[in-house]
Design a protein around this ligand. Structure first.
Ligand SMILES: [Zn+2]
Ligand SMILES: [Zn+2]
Ligand SMILES: [Zn+2]
Ligand SMILES: [Zn+2]
Length: 472
């Protein structure tokens, strides 16, 4: 466990600061990345701004051959590219870009190269990055890790520098690759871009699926130096009592067991013991529960070890592979039964075996709890995509309002507070509620009082929605 507040006060790393209204326990932490670079699997991106490029609108750097934004002259003259261009040029003709895919190995080598450069340009900053864990990197030796390391050695001009020096660089590149895999944030929310960022202090915040903060990323241009930078804001999504640990999440909260727990284990080698993972019913929502096949009404959910997960005696392996027990007939099934069933459902959802989303939802509701992650995923699609929706159809509107309210109940239970997902649902729900009220008033099904009541409710939903979006 670490106390982020004190880490930041003690070291004053980056521009991180702690600000807040102590009466409301509000919190805002700001971070700047120490390292920014293309993702391991990357489409061709501009190495200055990391925008995903189209062949037609990009220009090839005459020196290194890498493409840059054609419509942004500042990218061609950019500081980041200026630092790397001669190094990239050492790869010569070994770079073959595939414009249609993310299989572009040369890009995987740029991030570790930037770490090497940072050690030279700003050793103090790199020291902070070095504090992070790189996890197990054995698998990288068997896959493309050695190839990436060879490219970095070439780019650094260290080819033929001797067995020992090459070996040292190789080990360092593998470590950086592991460190990136374990700690980097993706640029997913910056839509035109693809890349990874490392925020060393943010990486010290512990992860829980049921966490009390969310983060947002934004881009800022530092004009005088023509350098693009990024900023992360971590904000409280619920009131955090003074002294309580600040937590973040490394994975999306909208996921079920065992997937959620397995993803965390595979990537970060710990078993999440947050209140949500410790509750076999996902805080009463049954977001992970499957229908029991041994009795007509029971639901299977992870059994004992998960529910007493705070105890030190339940080992990681027990928690990762629990028996699932029916809450009706007490029958148990092994973890494989659950994994196989879930894989089967996912395949069915992908294949498009059912002609409509409604039929698929109908089928799944025979198999899993009505609030299960998979059903909620389909409900979300139905709620937001609205195939063939007629807004003058009163019963269709009523159905949408019910759907929105149901989704909201699940979402605010598994991930409470002012979240973007909640905001997106509220935005549509409030509009539906107003349309429905208007329609029912026109048809004299709602009197003036009832109408006003509905409008007040929609207004309250809009207010909450604004709080969800205020920082994004
Ligand atoms: Zn660019
Ligand atoms: Zn260049
Ligand atoms: Zn958890
Ligand atoms: Zn049963």
């Amino acid at each position: 466990m670490c106390d982020v507040g004190s880490v930041i006060h003690d070291q004053a790393l980056h521009d991180a600061h702690f600000s807040g209204d102590s009466s409301k326990h509000q919190l805002k932490l700001c971070f700047r990345p120490s390292l920014v670079g293309p993702a391991t699997k990357s489409h061709p991106v501009c190495l200055e701004c990391l925008n995903i490029l189209q062949r037609e609108t990009s220009v090839e750097c005459a020196n290194c051959g890498f493409p840059l934004c054609g419509d942004r002259p500042e990218c061609l003259r950019g500081r980041i590219h200026a630092r790397e261009c001669a190094q990239l040029a050492r790869l010569e003709k070994r770079v073959h870009l595939d414009w249609e895919s993310s299989d572009n190995l040369a890009y995987a080598a740029v991030f570790p190269l930037r770490a090497m450069n940072l050690r030279e340009d700003d050793p103090d900053e790199m020291k902070e990055v070095d504090l992070l864990l790189s996890g197990d990197t054995k698998d990288l030796r068997d896959s493309f890790g050695l190839e990436v390391a060879a490219m970095v050695i070439t780019m650094m001009g260290k080819e033929g520098s001797g067995v020992d020096e090459e070996k040292a660089i190789r080990e360092e590149v593998l470590r950086i690759m592991g460190l990136r895999r374990t700690n980097a944030n993706a640029m997913g929310c910056l839509e035109t871009k693809q890349g990874n960022l490392i925020f060393p202090v943010y990486s010290l915040i512990n992860s829980e699926c049921y966490c009390n903060t969310f983060y947002s990323l934004s881009e800022e241009e530092e004009n005088e130096r023509r350098k693009i930078s990024y900023r992360m804001e971590v904000r409280a999504q619920v009131d955090i009592p003074a002294g309580a640990e600040i937590t973040t999440r490394y994975i999306c909260s909208f996921d079920c067991l065992p997937g959620r727990r397995n993803k965390i284990w595979q990537n970060w080698r710990f078993v999440c013991r947050c209140v949500r993972c410790s509750d076999p019913t996902d805080l009463g929502t049954h977001f992970s529960s499957l229908r029991c096949r041994a009795c007509p009404t029971g639901y299977l959910r992870p059994s004992a070890p998960a529910s007493i997960s705070a105890s030190a005696s339940s080992s990681d392996l027990e928690l990762l592979n629990p028996l699932w027990r029916c809450d009706g007939c007490d029958a148990t099934v092994g973890p494989r039964h659950v994994t196989e069933r879930l894989l089967d459902y996912e395949r069915t959802m992908k294949v498009g075996f059912f002609s409509s989303r409604g039929d698929l939802e109908e089928y799944l509701s025979q198999e899993v709890h009505p609030n299960h992650f998979l059903i909620c995923t389909l409900m979300q699609k139905r709620f937001f995509l609205r195939d063939g929706f007629d807004r003058s159809d009163e019963s269709a509107l009523e159905e949408m309002v019910r759907l929105g309210e149901r989704l909201l109940r699940v979402v605010t239970t598994i991930d409470p507070g002012f979240t973007q997902r909640r905001g997106r649902i509220l935005k549509v729900l409030a509009k539906d509620r107003m349309l429905l009220a208007k329609l029912r008033k026109e048809r004299c099904e709602l009197d003036e009082n009832g109408f006003r009541g509905e409008l007040r409710r929609a207004a309250a939903e809009c207010k909450t929605m604004a709080l969800c979006f205020i920082h994004s």
